[in-house]
Design a protein around this ligand. Sequence first.
Ligand code: HEM
Ligand SMILES: *[C@@H]1O[C@H](CO)[C@@H](O)[C@H](O)[C@H]1NC(C)=O
Ligand SMILES: *[C@@H]1O[C@H](CO)[C@@H](O)[C@H](O)[C@H]1NC(C)=O
Length: 242
Amino acid sequence: MNALEAVLNGLIDVSVIAWDAVIALMNIFTSKLKQGEVIPKGAPGHHGSWPQYVPPREGDSRSACPMLNALANHGILPHDGKDITFQDLNQKVRQTFNFAASFCFFVPNFSARFLEKSYWNDRFDLADLSLHAENAIEHDASLTRKDAALVPDQGRPDLGLVRDLLKEARGKTPDGSPQLTTADLARALSKRRADARKTNPQYSESFFHNTFGSANSSTMLTIFGGRVDDLTPMLVEERFPD
Ligand code: HEM
Ligand SMILES: *[C@@H]1O[C@H](CO)[C@@H](O)[C@H](O)[C@H]1NC(C)=O
Ligand SMILES: *[C@@H]1O[C@H](CO)[C@@H](O)[C@H](O)[C@H]1NC(C)=O
């Protein structure tokens, strides 16, 4: 990356953060979406009805991100996980998970950057997103994947790790079902980091990756309310519960 590129990327990052702050402020003053209406009319998942789930087939491309894989498993992204535009990723994540427009632009734009592709003109396969590099997203000590040095295919969940994670849930939802709390997740992450440090001779950890790893994991609390009943199909089969 040359100096001009670095400055331009810095400007994009600052603008996205400012945009995000405006959205956060507006959220305080605007009313919440009604239950069942979060996904817009006409988009897959509206009123909780999802397109059919088809598990990944031989040759399909999948990533280290459980939630993006679920989009492909339901055909919301192409089922083979290939030739996806960064703009399509933005739109599908926005519609399906109701993430802020700022985030939905930023992460695909950031991914185009580390893949050395153009956000506006190029396409990628889901597996490309699992690039293990200092400036990329995939990192050691994930909650649902063994480290890339031990298991090069990051496209499938490690069911043992998923079980260990969900087992940490000590909370209860109002209807009495098990719920992951912030404390549970913090404990699970520190256990994973300690364990990965011991078992992976090439283990690496940085402030950048830890911060994002924690942000990635916290979506399980913010988007899924920590509900183990909903997280189980999302993490085990990478499937949306009805
Ligand atoms: C916008 C596009 C997105 C991209 C490019 C992306 C990419 C990734 C990647 C590469 C990882 C692997 C990091 C690791 O090594 O653990 C990851 C993890 C994760 N992502 Fe995403 N993601 C996106 C959107 C989302 C959304 C919308 C959600 C939640 C609804 C989500 C939830 C998660 C979670 C929970 C993990 C952690 C899994 C683990 O620790 O094993 N991601 N994401
Ligand atoms: C990210 O988006 C900005 C703003 O549209 C664009 O100038 C930049 O080229 C994009 N980054 C990549 C890697 O395509
Ligand atoms: C996951 O981490 C990456 C960087 O490591 C970040 O760009 C992205 O916003 C995070 N995703 C979520 C859902 O927090």
